[in-house]
Ligand binder design. Structure first.
Ligand code: MIC
Ligand code: SF4
Length: 644
C-alpha cells in the first residue's frame, strides 16, 4: 500500500512509537516558532530545563502579538525575548517585521520538515508542504531542548480538490466550505491532506490560508504537496535550495476521502460567533456593516492585499464604515508600498495598522457596541474583538472589499466590476534586516528580566483523594479565549498571578473571586464543561492560570487537542463524563470528591466522582498515555523535567 504525504514526513521524523493511527508517537522537531504572547513563558521554561542553546535546526521568535505597548509590560517582554533568544541561539523577528505565520512561510518554512509552533495557526506551514503543528509553549520549549513532540498518530483525511476557483471566489471561501462540512469539532487527531487536480492552480499563500484555518476544525494540521507552485514561491523568496518535490503515493490509502469541486464554491461567510456558522454571502447581502478589518495571518499575503487595492482603486471607503488594514508582513507592506497599491488604499480612506496581529486578537480596533464587523481573520468567537456584543463575520478579501465600498454585506460578484487579475512577482522584496541572528559568542549575553515577568509556577503532585468545588460550569464549545481573554489582557502573559484575575472574564466576571476564596480555604477547584472544551488558541495560560487558581481537574463532555495537552502539562486532569447526562446533574458550587486517583489511573480504570452536594456518584474517564499518566500525577511536565 502506498503512503500518504503525512505518513512519509511523520515516519521520516519518528523517534518514539509505531506509525499506526491512534498510537502515541514522538517525532523529531526541526523548526520551532514562538511569539511574544507565548514566548516569554516558553523561554522561562526552557531556562528552567537547563542547557545553553536550542537543539533544533532553526528556532525563531516573532514579536507580533503584543505591540501596542500601553504601559511598560509589552516592551519589557520584548527586551527579555530579544536577550533570551540571543542567549539560546534563536532568531528574533522584530516588531514591525510581520505576523509569525506569514513571515515564517516567506522566509523559513521548508517542505518535508516539521515545525512546532507555540500558536494554533502554525499549520499555515502546511501550505509549503511542512508538517506544522500548534502546541502549548511548554511543548515547544521541550522541542527546543531537543525532546520529541508527542502526538496521537493521526487519521489522515484526504481532501481531494478538483476544478478551478471561479472569479471572486478565493482560498478563504474554500476553507469556509471545509469548515461548513467538517465543523469545529470532532476532528481531533486528524490531519487534512489536500491533493487532487484542483491543487495545482493554488499558490502557496492561498494554500496557507486553507491550512491556517484548518486549525478551526481542530485538526492536528493540514498539508499540501510540494510541487511546482511551491518551487515558484521559494524561487520568488530567493530560497530555491529549500525546495524538494513531495507527493503522496498514487496508491495511498486514507481513513477518509472527501471530494470537493472548488469550481462550485461561492463566496462564503462565517457568521457570529463561530467559524463554522457558515453561510453563502448571497444569503446575507444587505446587512449594514460598521467595520471592515483586512489582514491577519489568514489573509494578508501580497495577492490578498493587491486584490483589495484593485477593488478599491478610485473608490472611497463608505462613510459609515471604518476600514483598517494590517499587512501580514513587512515584505508584503514594502511590496504594496513600492508598486503604488498602498497609495490607492490610503487614498480610498483605508486606515493602516502595523504588520501585526492587532485587530484579530482584539489588540486595538475593537468595534463599537453591537457593531457588525467583517474580517478576513480566522476567529469570530464572542468577545474576541474586545467588544462583547459586536457581531463578527469572517470573509474573503474580495467580500471584505465589496463591503468597504457599499457599506453592507455584498456578494463581490454583484459589484459589477471586472475581476482584477493579480500577477505574483517573480521575485518578492527580500530584506531580512529585521531578523536578528544570535551572536556567535553567546556567553556574554545578559538576559534582561523586567518587573512584568514573573517566576514560572509549578503545580503540586496530584493528590490521592481530591476534594474540590465546581468553580464554574460552562456549556459547549468553550474556547481558550473564553477561558482567558486576549486583547487588552494579553500584556499580562508573563505574569500569571495578574493574568489569572481575568479567567472566564467574558462569561462570568466573578469566577476569579470565587476560585480565590476556595483556594484560600485550602480546597481545590474543578471546572465542568460541555462539548469541545478548549477550542481555539494554543495559549497554555488557559491551563496555567486555572492551575494557579487551584484547579485540579476539568470534567467535560469532550476536549480539543492542544488544550487537553496543556492541561496535562500543568498537572490538571482532563476527565470526560462517561455518561453525558451526568453533566446536567452537576451544578456550579457542588462539592465533589474523587478517591484513589493514582491507583485507578495507573490501572487505567474509571474514576468515580462523588457529588456530595447532590448526593449522587458518576463515572469519568480519560485518554492518557502511560507517559501522560506520569506527567499528570507528578503535577505537570516541569516537575518531571526539572525534578521536584
Ligand atoms: C490566537 O489567534 O488566538 C493567538 C493569539 O494567536 C493564539 C496564541 C496566544 O494566545 O498566545 C493562538 O492561536 O494560539
Ligand atoms: Fe495573530 Fe490572529 Fe493569526 Fe493568532 S490568528 S497568530 S492573533 S493574526
Amino acid at each position: 500500500m502506498g503512503k500518504s504525504l503525512t505518513q512519509k514526513i511523520l515516519e521520516d521524523h519518528l523517534i518514539v512509537g509505531k506509525y499506526e493511527s491512534g498510537n502515541e508517537i514522538g517525532i523529531k522537531i526541526d523548526q520551532t516558532l514562538t511569539h511574544d504572547a507565548t514566548g516569554t513563558m516558553a523561554y522561562l521554561q526552557l531556562e528552567a530545563m537547563g542547557g545553553d542553546r536550542v537543539k533544533t535546526e532553526h528556532s525563531v521568535n516573532f514579536i507580533d502579538h503584543n505591540t501596542l505597548q500601553i504601559g511598560f509590560e509589552n516592551a519589557d517582554d520584548h527586551r527579555y525575548l530579544q536577550t533570551i533568544t540571543a542567549k539560546y541561539g534563536v532568531d528574533l523577528s522584530r516588531a514591525g517585521n510581520g505576523i509569525c505565520h506569514q513571515v515564517h512561510l516567506e522566509r523559513f518554512g521548508i517542505p518535508g520538515t516539521t515545525l512546532l509552533g507555540a500558536d494554533s495557526h502554525s499549520p499555515s506551514g502546511g501550505g509549503i508542504g511542512q508538517i506544522a503543528i500548534g502546541a502549548g509553549g511548554l511543548d515547544v520549549a521541550l522541542a527546543m531542548a531537543g525532546e520529541p513532540f508527542y502526538l496521537i498518530c493521526p487519521d489522515v483525511v484526504k481532501i481531494n480538490l478538483k476544478g478551478k476557483l471561479k472569479p471572486w471566489v478565493s482560498a478563504k471561501d474554500v476553507v469556509l466550505k471545509v469548515l461548513e462540512i467538517f465543523s469545529t469539532r470532532g476532528n481531533v487527531a486528524c490531519i487534512f491532506e489536500y491533493g487532487g487536480p484542483g491543487v495545482s492552480a493554488l499558490s502557496v499563500p492561498e494554500r496557507a490560508t486553507i491550512t491556517n484555518m484548518g486549525a478551526e476544525c481542530g485538526v492536528t494540521t493540514s498539508i499540501f504537496p510540494s510541487d511546482y507552485q511551491t518551487r515558484k514561491f521559494l524561487i520568488a523568496q530567493g530560497r530555491e535550495q529549500d525546495w524538494v518535490e513531495l507527493n503522496a503515493d498514487s496508491s495511498a490509502e486514507y481513513q477518509k476521502v472527501m471530494n470537493l469541486d472548488i469550481s462550485e464554491i461561492e463566496p462564503m461567510i462565517a457568521t457570529p460567533h463561530s467559524p463554522d456558522n457558515v453561510k453563502k454571502v448571497k444569503d446575507m447581502t444587505g446587512l449594514v456593516v460598521d467595520q471592515v478589518c483586512i489582514g491577519s495571518c489568514t489573509n494578508s499575503s501580497f495577492r490578498d492585499l493587491m486584490i483589495v487595492a484593485e477593488i478599491l482603486k478610485g473608490k472611497a471607503v463608505h462613510p459609515k464604515v471604518s476600514c483598517v488594514l494590517a499587512p501580514g508582513s513587512r515584505q508584503v507592506l514594502s511590496m504594496i508600498a513600492i508598486n503604488g497599491a498602498l497609495a490607492k488604499l490610503i487614498k480610498a480612506g483605508v486606515r493602516l495598522q502595523e504588520s501585526t496581529c492587532g485587530f484579530c486578537i482584539g489588540n486595538g480596533q475593537s468595534p463599537a457596541s453591537a457593531a457588525v464587523s467583517l474580517r478576513t481573520s480566522n476567529r469570530n468567537y464572542k468577545g474576541r474583538s474586545g467588544t462583547l456584543n459586536a457581531q463578527i463575520y469572517l470573509v474573503s478579501p474580495e467580500t471584505a472589499a465589496a463591503a468597504v465600498i457599499t457599506g453592507k454585506i455584498t456578494d463581490p460578484r454583484d459589484l459589477g466590476i471586472k475581476f482584477p487579475t493579480i500577477r505574483l512577482p517573480k521575485k518578492f522584496f527580500i530584506d531580512d534586516s529585521m531578523i536578528i541572528k544570535p551572536p556567535k559568542d553567546r556567553s556574554s549575553v545578559r538576559v534582561v528580566i523586567g518587573p512584568n515577568i514573573g517566576e514560572i509556577i509549578k503545580n503540586e503532585q496530584m493528590p490521592e483523594e481530591l476534594k474540590a468545588t465546581v468553580a464554574i460550569k460552562v456549556g459547549d464549545k468553550i474556547t481558550t479565549d473564553h477561558i482567558i481573554p486576549g486583547g487588552a489582557r494579553m500584556k499580562y502573559r508573563s505574569n500569571i498571578p495578574e493574568y489569572s484575575k481575568y479567567l472566564f472574564e467574558t462569561i462570568d466576571p466573578n469566577f476569579y473571586e470565587r476560585a480565590k476564596k476556595t483556594k484560600e480555604e485550602n480546597h481545590s477547584n474543578v471546572i465542568v464543561g460541555g462539548i469541545s472544551y478548549g477550542q481555539g488558541s494554543s495559549r497554555e495560560h488557559a491551563a496555567l492560570c486555572p492551575m494557579f487558581m487551584g484547579v485540579k481537574a476539568v470534567i467535560a463532555k469532550s476536549f480539543e487537542r492542544i488544550h487537553a495537552d496543556n492541561l496535562i502539562n500543568f498537572g490538571i486532569l482532563p476527565l470526560t463524563f462517561n455518561n453525558e447526562s451526568d453533566y446536567d446533574k452537576v451544578g456550579q458550587g457542588d462539592q465533589l470528591e474523587i478517591h484513589d486517583i493514582k491507583n485507578l489511573i495507573m490501572k487505567g480504570e474509571f474514576l468515580k466522582v462523588k457529588d456530595v452536594t447532590k448526593g449522587f456518584e458518576f463515572e469519568v474517564t480519560y485518554k492518557l498515555s502511560e507517559r501522560q499518566k506520569m506527567i499528570v500525577l507528578a503535577g505537570g511536565t516541569l516537575n518531571l523535567v526539572t525534578g521536584k
